[in-house]
Ligand binder design. Structure first.
Ligand SMILES: O=C(CO)[C@H](O)[C@H](O)COP(=O)(O)O
Ligand SMILES: [Fe+2]
Length: 234
């Protein structure tokens, strides 16, 4: 992480759509092709109806990630596993507001361990849920699908939420990340509304592989071009 706040659009491919048998090479491939962060989806089969990876896999991936290891925890309760994910090398650790009764305490727990803190909001959770922790966090993650799976359709209802959240954040150095259904079709509108970190799984990995990594670069360039086109049209 850089010391200064970076407001440029950043692409964080979700390795949920990568080849799980080759996660290390996949992380190196997307970084070589120009991604900004690497997004790791942790699902517990309880908070969300899917089961993915844990701290041991994050620790194994750490040497393969030179940029930001961005860990999205979809687990309840998150508190008992915070230390394990920080020890595994998470630079940004994002917890769901819906997964805890004590968000302020959880934010402090993560910060005390030295990681950056993100708070995620499910599609039905209003932006007000983060109002009283905005001075203590580094990022708000707006879920633009119901969490649990890659490849779902973008929920357009979240665009207004992003704009309201940007107004609520004001001049604080807090990123807005959007996760779910981001593609060249949807990226421009979320950036125009105020998002600066775009998570994209299927839209980055589709058609490529570790043997054909240039496709990942093409897919990311298409997302960036859509954002620039929207900015130029505004
Ligand atoms: O957190 C997630 C799902 O809960 C994933 O990050 C997200 O779904 C990315 O996948 P896609 O871009 O294919 O929608
Ligand atoms: Fe995610």
């Amino acid at each position: 992480m850089t010391a200064t706040f970076d407001r440029r659009v950043k692409i964080a491919p979700s390795i949920l759509s990568a080849d799980f048998a080759a996660l290390g090479p996949e992380c190196r491939a997307i970084e070589d092709q120009g991604c900004d962060w690497v997004h790791v989806d942790v699902m517990d089969g309880h908070f969300v109806p899917n089961l993915t990876i844990g701290p041991a896999v994050c620790a194994a991936l750490r040497p393969h990630i030179r940029t930001v290891m961005d860990v999205h925890l979809m687990i309840a309760p998150p508190e008992p596993l915070v230390d394990a994910f920080v020890d595994a090398g998470a630079d940004m650790l994002t917890v769901h507001a819906e997964a805890t009764d004590h968000l302020d305490r959880l934010v402090a727990q993560i910060r005390e361990r030295g990681a950056k803190v993100g708070v995620a909001l499910n599609p039905a959770t209003p932006e007000e849920a983060v109002r009283y922790v905005l001075d203590k966090i580094d990022m708000v993650l707006v879920m633009s699908v119901n969490p649990g799976f890659g490849g779902q359709s973008f929920l357009a209802s979240q665009v207004d939420k992003i704009a309201r959240l940007r107004a609520l954040i004001g001049d604080r150095p807090v990123h807005i990340q959007v996760d779910g259904g981001i593609s060249p079709k949807t990226a421009g509108q979320v950036v125009a509304a105020g998002a600066d970190v775009l998570v994209a799984g299927s839209a980055v990995f589709k058609g490529g592989s570790v043997d054909q990594p240039a496709v990942y670069g093409d897919n990311m360039r298409a997302i960036r071009a859509a954002c620039e086109a929207q900015a130029g049209a505004a």
